[in-house]
Design a binder for this molecule. Sequence first.
Ligand SMILES: [Zn+2]
Length: 91
Amino acid sequence: MSKKDYEGRNEDPQIGDPTIARVVCGMKRNMILIPKPHTTFILIQCNQCEEKKVVFSHTTADVYCKKCGAMLVKRTGSKAEILGKVINNLD
Ligand SMILES: [Zn+2]
């Protein structure tokens, strides 16, 4: 596989493939494309009791406050709707 072939691809390089390993080493660090998920973990705070909780950005289950029971995150088809206060994105 040539260098050009590799750059055109958008999928995971096969780990352990000596050809790809050589190509990656010859490229500048900021040019190497590494696939990353679009999902994150978010630290949110309850609007009512200020309890903090870490939730998944695409959670498939409704998240409630452990202390007061208020809904913090509402599930949707894709990215969850955050009802609490977002403090931080944990990556
Ligand atoms: Zn609460």
